[in-house]
Design a protein around this ligand. Structure first.
Ligand SMILES: Cc1cc2nc3c(=O)[nH]c(=O)nc-3n(C[C@H](O)[C@H](O)[C@H](O)COP(=O)(O)O)c2cc1C
Length: 357
């Protein structure tokens, strides 16, 4: 079978992508404890680039050393010393014609004090995540302003290291998602309350990145279009967020779903059908003009092709499919689809990550 849509080139902002397959961010814990890209993580990404994917979005890269640690050995974009290591990793991907975005991340309440030297974790408000079970301290207004600068610095470091763009992680219940959602944002200062106040931190980050990195430097924002928790963001709220973010000049939206408290809607077990949440990306795409990337529990190229043909999204995110088989795209494009080793949704990948492995 020839996958006409899947294998056709596309673009994000002015950036050319050789096909419609995106490997979304996946934490793999392969950097070193200082957040530097190791040879192992470079080789891991290089293998996926060799396998033909159009765009790789790296795992969560922390923008804040004090409270922003998500996994013990994650990438970091907080200091100039991270640049040469990142540069080597990025060029090992780009030599195969695959583009790279660095994902900028802060976990907010979805982390553990053990990862930040025993300090109390921070969040927009004192609302405990039922999964991590730790009560966060509410960030001061000054701390929020400082985090804006740290996200912008992270983007500058990524760009200096040669990244083709950045993705701001505002999904999965992490810090920026916590600001967007009335479920977790009960603030009364300029970063809470009204819709515009809840989206303010993201707007300041986007404006700052575009100012420092140039309007042509692509910026994607990842959203959980439905948090799947009582009192959380639902699809109509996310349509409004998506349209507002588009007006700030972002270049793509990456649509996912869920927070830690609804984790099976982020990383689905094998019992979920492929494409079960396609209504989310589909509705967002109808309401914006910028490209939409979407994960949809995709296991095979036929489903990916069908989602693109149906107009659910402009780019398909295939995450675990690339852990199971780095050559997913190469096999699909050379008539060897049946040889693709498929993700079975056992969730062992995420379980391993949670064990710090
Ligand atoms: C091991 C693992 C780590 C992940 N880490 C991240 C991450 O760093 N950032 C992110 O936005 N999503 C992360 N995710 C979610 C994936 O990007 C993706 O949305 C999810 O796996 C569903 O897509 P899939 O069915 O194609 O795998 C992770 C998923 C897995 C399995």
């Amino acid at each position: 079978m020839y996958y006409e849509h899947l294998l056709s080139p596309g673009s994000i902002g002015g950036l050319y992508l050789k096909n419609r397959v995106v490997m979304p961010a996946m934490g793999v814990n392969l950097a070193n404890a200082n957040g530097e890209a190791t040879e192992v993580i470079s080789r891991y990404y290089e293998e996926r680039a060799k396998g033909g994917v159009g765009l790789i979005i790296t795992e969560i890269a922390r923008i804040d050393e004090e409270y922003g640690v998500g996994t013990p050995n994650q990438l970091s974009v907080t200091e100039g010393r991270h640049i040469p290591h990142l540069e080597r990793m990025i060029s090992s991907i780009q030599k195969y014609g695959t583009k790279v975005f660095i994902q900028l991340h802060h976990p907010g309440r979805e982390t553990k004090s053990a990862l930040i030297g025993g300090k109390q974790i921070v969040a927009p408000s004192e609302v405990m995540c039922k999964v991590t079970g730790e009560m966060p301290r509410a960030l001061t207004t000054e701390e929020c302003e400082s985090l804006v600068k740290k996200f912008i610095k992270g983007a500058v470091i990524a760009k200096t290291a040669g990244a083709d763009g950045v993705e701001i992680h505002a999904a999965h219940g992490y810090l920026l998602n916590q600001f967007l959602s009335p479920y977790t944002n009960h603030r009364t200062d300029k970063y809470g309350g009204s819709f515009h106040n809840r989206i303010r931190i993201l707007s300041e980050i986007i404006t700052g990145i575009k100012y420092m990195c140039g309007t042509h430097f692509p910026v994607s924002v990842r959203l959980s279009a439905d948090e799947f928790v009582e009192g959380g963001l639902r699809l109509p709220d996310s349509v409004k967020i998506a349209r507002t973010l588009e007006s700030y000049g972002i270049d793509a939206l990456n649509i996912s779903s869920g927070i830690y408290e609804s984790a099976t809607t982020i990383i689905e077990p094998g019992s979920y059908a492929q494409g079960w949440k396609k209504h989310l990306a589909s509705e967002i795409r109808k309401n914006v003009k910028i490209p939409v990337i979407a994960v949809n529990n995709i296991k095979d190229p036929e489903t990916a092709e069908a989602l693109l043909e149906e107009g659910v999204c402009d780019f398909v995110g295939i995450g675990r499919g690339h852990l199971a088989d780095p050559y997913f795209v190469h096999k699909a494009s050379t008539g060897r689809s049946k040889e693709i080793r498929k993700c079975i949704g056992c969730l062992n990948c995420f379980a391993e990550l949670n064990q710090g492995r």
